[in-house]
Each structure stands twice: as C-alpha cells, then as structure tokens.
Design a protein around this ligand. Structure first.
Ligand code: HPA
Ligand code: ZN
Length: 340
C-alpha cells in the first residue's frame, strides 16, 4: 500500500508554498560560487560542510544558513541558485512554487536588491517558459533585525513591487514576536502585498494569534504549535487559514523528535488546512517528494490524505481562481488514472 501511495505522491502535480531560496543552496553550488567569487568558506570541502548539518534548534541552523549564503554576490549567482531549485522541484512534479528570499541578509553584504531580484526573477520566468511552472515571489523580513531595518528594506523594494507578490517574516522566532512588525505589515497591506509569517515553529501559540490578529496574515508558515491551543485551532479551521508544514525541517530542527510522532495526522484530523513543503531542502535532507516520502513511510498516510494535502497546496496558494481550478483538475485527473 505504501508503494501505491508513494508513487501517487511523486506523480501528482503539486504546489510548494514554503521554500527559502537560500535554503536550497546545495554544498556543490556553494563551493562553486565560493571559488567563482573568491569567498572563503570555513569548511574544507562539501563533505565536511554536510557533516556540520546537525542542528539542535532553529538558531544553530540559522548560523550556518547565513554563513552559507555569503557566497551569493552577483545577479548570476541568484539566477544559478534559483534555477537549480526549479529544476529539482520540476523533477518532483512541483508545477507551482511560492519562494522566499531574505533581502536583508544580502544587502548587509553590499548586494543590491535589484541584483537579487533580477537574478531570481530571470530564473523564475525561464522556468515558466521552459518548464511550464508558475510562481510567486515572497520577500521575507528578518525578525531578529529591527523594525527600522524592515522599513528600510520595504522602501528599497518600492521600485520592484511589480515583481514581488507578498512578504513573509522569518529567522529567529523566540524573542521576536509578530507584534514587533505590526506597522511594517500594515504598510505592506496598504501596498497591496499578500502577507504570510513564520509562527508557531519554535514560538508559542501566542505568536500565531498575533500573526492572525495583528499582522492579518493570509497564511501561516509552520504553525505546528497552534495545536497546543484549542481555541486557536478552532479559529484556524473556521478561517480556513493554510498552514505550510515542513516535516523534514521539523525533524532536523528538533521541532519533533521522531517523524513517527509528527503532528500532521492530528492537524488533518482536526480539520486544519495543512500543506507539505521543504523549507530549506539543501539543509534538511530533501525536496518536496522527500517530504512526502518521510510522512507516508512514518505515518502511513492514505492516498486520499495525500490528495487532500496536494489540493490544499493549490487552494492555499496565491494563484488566481482560474489557475487554482485548472491545477485542481490536473490533480483529479492524475488521481483518477493512478493504477494500483
Ligand atoms: N524558520 C525561520 N527562519 C528561517 C527558516 C525557518 O525554518 N528557514 C530559513 N529561515
Ligand atoms: Zn521557513
């Protein structure tokens, strides 16, 4: 039965809604860019770097993540990074992707926002034209930095809003609650941007409440800890807010200690609108289909549950209604023709 479900999950057209481009930087490309740009890395080779990918919490990962992205300097680097992710996710039958990037981390190294966006966008449009993939681009604010820094970044982004669909909030969650960015997000809404925020990954349910009530998010990234609060769970169900869950990330960052105890089935049983995503695939052990594999193998998801997750990925996306209907029809057609 598992093999039927696994094959179905692989084959189904999927949307990915939670993926940090900088988190898709594989060690091989990191070393290639380091050589190209004369940046030195504190690891002898790819293997030594991979050995360092053992994290006890979010912060231990973030320290390595910010260090790794220091090789990204030119527009071409951002193109190469984005294209590599798109090719891999195309291979996993991801047909629509909504990707994050962390502009402040690159601005701090003197990389202009325009270079970042030009490179990323060129790869996204190339994938649209050559792989038939659709996309949305999400500019994420780093929550460990100040409100002032977020406002400065927002100001820099104004000339590029035709290429930015929405904003997010990521980085060190504990001690940096959503309410820190209420005024920034209010302005984002006024600018017509869609809005999401990481909340309830390591942070308490209170942070998810704040993301909903104070940032007026259109969805929640992670949100696992919402389960600790019954009223919050009810609200999420009533509002049909999408949660972008990332199983391999949760395991590697010790948000869950055993994949067999991942809360995904409980979340689905409670009626939460969950999706599966890879978060930082180069660091956490796999892309979209690897996340489906982990969940199916360890939690014995049924084919119908897999189809539900995939449908949620499209209905929770920022595609328009026609695009959603088209994608859902494709899902139905693959599901209907999948032979045991
Ligand atoms: N959480 C918070 N910030 C991040 C993550 C994450 O999982 N990945 C990249 N930045
Ligand atoms: Zn994330």
């Amino acid at each position: 039965m598992d093999s039927f479900t696994l094959a179905l999950a692989e084959k189904l057209p999927k949307a990915e809604l939670h993926m940090h481009l900088e988190g898709s930087l594989e060690p091989e490309l990191m070393f290639l860019l380091a050589r190209r740009n004369n940046v030195s890395l504190p690891y002898e080779n790819e293997e030594a770097l991979r050995q360092a990918y053992q994290f006890n919490n979010l912060q231990e990962f973030l320290d390595i993540y910010y260090n790794g992205m220091s090789v990204l300097l030119t527009e071409q680097d951002f193109y190469d990074l984005t294209w590599a992710y798109l090719e891999r996710s195309h291979h996993d039958n991801v047909i629509h992707t909504e990707v994050f990037f962390d502009p402040q981390a690159h601005l701090a190294r003197g990389v202009a926002l325009e270079s970042q966006i030009n490179g990323i966008y060129r790869a996204l449009t190339h994938a649209q034209e050559n792989l038939g993939m659709s996309f949305r681009l999400i500019m994420s604010f780093l929550r460990h930095l100040s409100e002032e820094s977020a406002f400065e970044t927002q100001e820099l982004a104004l000339p590029h809003l035709d290429r930015i669909d929405g904003v997010g909030l990521d980085s060190s969650e504990l001690g940096h609650p959503p309410e820190k960015f209420v005024r920034v997000f209010k302005k984002c809404h006024e600018l017509g941007l869609l809005v999401t925020a990481h909340a309830g990954e390591e942070g308490p349910p209170e942070y998810v409440w704040q993301a909903i009530n104070q940032l007026n998010v259109h969805r929640i990234d992670h949100g696992n800890r919402a389960l600790e609060d019954a009223d919050l769970t009810t609200l999420l169900v009533e509002k049909e807010l999408t949660l972008t869950v990332c199983p391999l990330s949760n395991k590697r960052l010790r948000v869950v200690d055993d994949m067999k105890k991942h809360p995904l089935p409980e979340m689905m049983a409670k009626g939460l609108k969950v999706t599966l995503n890879s978060d930082d695939p180069a660091y956490f052990g796999g892309y979209m289909n690897a996340n489906f594999h982990a969940i199916i193998k360890n939690l014995g998801l049924s084919p119908a549950q897999v189809v539900q997750l995939v449908k949620n990925s499209f209905t929770g996306s920022w595609l328009n209604d026609d695009e959603k209907a088209q994608a859902l029809a494709q899902v139905e057609s693959v599901w209907a023709s999948h032979d045991p």
